[in-house]
Design a protein around this ligand. Structure first.
Ligand code: GLY
Length: 358
């Protein structure tokens, strides 16, 4: 099918203000909607939305308080795409700046380049007055330390835990050992740190917006895979993987294990699927099937990660989809959701999914 397969606005009642995001994006959607309602630009809207997560130390997958790399240093990735001008900006492996989405936008607006990385991206941000800060919180430092101490060499040894000359043996099980090592730390916080150590997350926020003029923009921002090798770049800053916008068709983005998304160029694939007539839901499902195919649909290997895609078509039809129906965290199952705001309060809706998590 050709481009004509995308429904014309006249057939669907026309564009409207609508914002969708990953499940951590209810506040981001609300903020972006507030800006759309006053006639603000779609990119300004989504960036202001995700800035809430970037600046929130409680969101350990994004910006300030994001979980660090294997050396305990927070490294951030982000990208933006502005539909009306078809421009893009991106930053990868930047340290010391809480809001990498703003830097990606700055690169889009103030340079003839698309992407800056590492120390040079930080230098660029500082040239524009951004302040370098320590992005590690006490909570993320604790999670990192617990992860460091959980590592073992083939002899079962780790230099970061008490050694041969320790006065007494650690208690039974990781829980008791942790409490011995971190006396006085809240048990709930230690349980969180242990969960993060053994299940390194690849959280992120993606946010996509459409306004009544039919303009669209998107952004994705992340601290990436926890405990990564310094310099590892995920999908979030890759235009066409972490985010893609063509307002003649729609916008898409992703969260979850970036390595899988890069291999299917997920956001671009989804937009192209919609261009060729698929609904947002089918476009997302097709992309998930491509991820599955890369593992010959071997559910045992696929069960070791999750990946989520979000699609917003130019007529306001949207979908969120995930590889697995939900996730287990600290013994509790939660279904995969995504955030939507179409003018009222933000809400979470269920993702469609490829496989049921048993
Ligand atoms: N999707 C975030 C990452 O893998 O870095």
């Amino acid at each position: 099918m050709g481009a004509a397969a995308v429904p014309a606005l006249a057939q669907t009642g026309g564009a409207k203000n609508i914002v969708i995001a990953s499940s951590n994006g209810e506040r981001a959607c609300a903020k972006a909607m507030e800006i759309l309602r006053t006639g603000g630009d779609t990119l300004d809207a989504v960036v202001a939305g995700v800035n809430i997560n970037e600046e929130d130390p409680a969101d350990d997958s994004v910006g300030y308080g994001g979980l660090p790399n294997e050396e305990g240093v927070v490294e951030l990735d982000a990208c933006v795409m502005h539909g009306p001008t078809r421009r893009a900006g991106s930053v990868a492996s930047i340290r010391g700046i809480k809001t990498p989405s703003k830097i990606a936008k700055l690169i889009m607006e103030q340079t003839d380049h698309i992407m800056l990385v590492g120390d040079n991206a930080l230098r660029f941000a500082k040239a524009f007055g951004f302040k370098e800060e320590n992005l590690l919180t006490e909570k993320s430092r604790l999670a990192w330390l617990v992860w460091k101490q959980s590592l073992r060499d083939p002899r079962g040894h780790n230099n970061w835990t008490d050694g041969l000359d320790a006065p007494h043996k650690q208690g039974a099980g990781p829980g008791a050992a942790l409490h011995e090592r971190f006396p006085g730390v809240d048990p709930e916080l230690l349980a969180y740190a242990w969960d993060r150590a053994i299940h390194p997350p690849t959280g992120t926020i993606n946010c996509l917006a459409l306004n009544t003029k039919g303009e669209m923009s998107g952004t994705t921002t992340t601290s990436g895979l926890a405990w990564k090798i310094p310099g590892r770049v995920g999908d979030s800053p890759i235009i066409g993987a972490g985010c893609y916008v063509d307002q003649e068709v729609g916008a898409a983005g992703s969260t979850g294990r970036g390595e899988e998304n890069i291999r299917v160029a997920g956001a671009h694939t989804i937009v192209e699927n919609m261009r060729h007539g698929m609904s947002p839901k089918d476009a997302v499902m097709d992309c998930l099937k491509r991820v599955s195919r890369n593992y010959d649909h071997d559910k045992k290997r696929l069960a070791q990660f999750d990946i989520n895609f979000y699609a917003l078509r130019k007529d306001g039809v949207y979908a969120g989809g995930s590889l697995w129906s939900g996730q287990m965290s600290r013994g509790k199952f939660s279904p995969r959701k995504f955030a939507v705001n179409d003018g009222g309060a933000s809400r979470l809706e269920n993702c469609v999914y490829l496989y049921e998590r048993s």
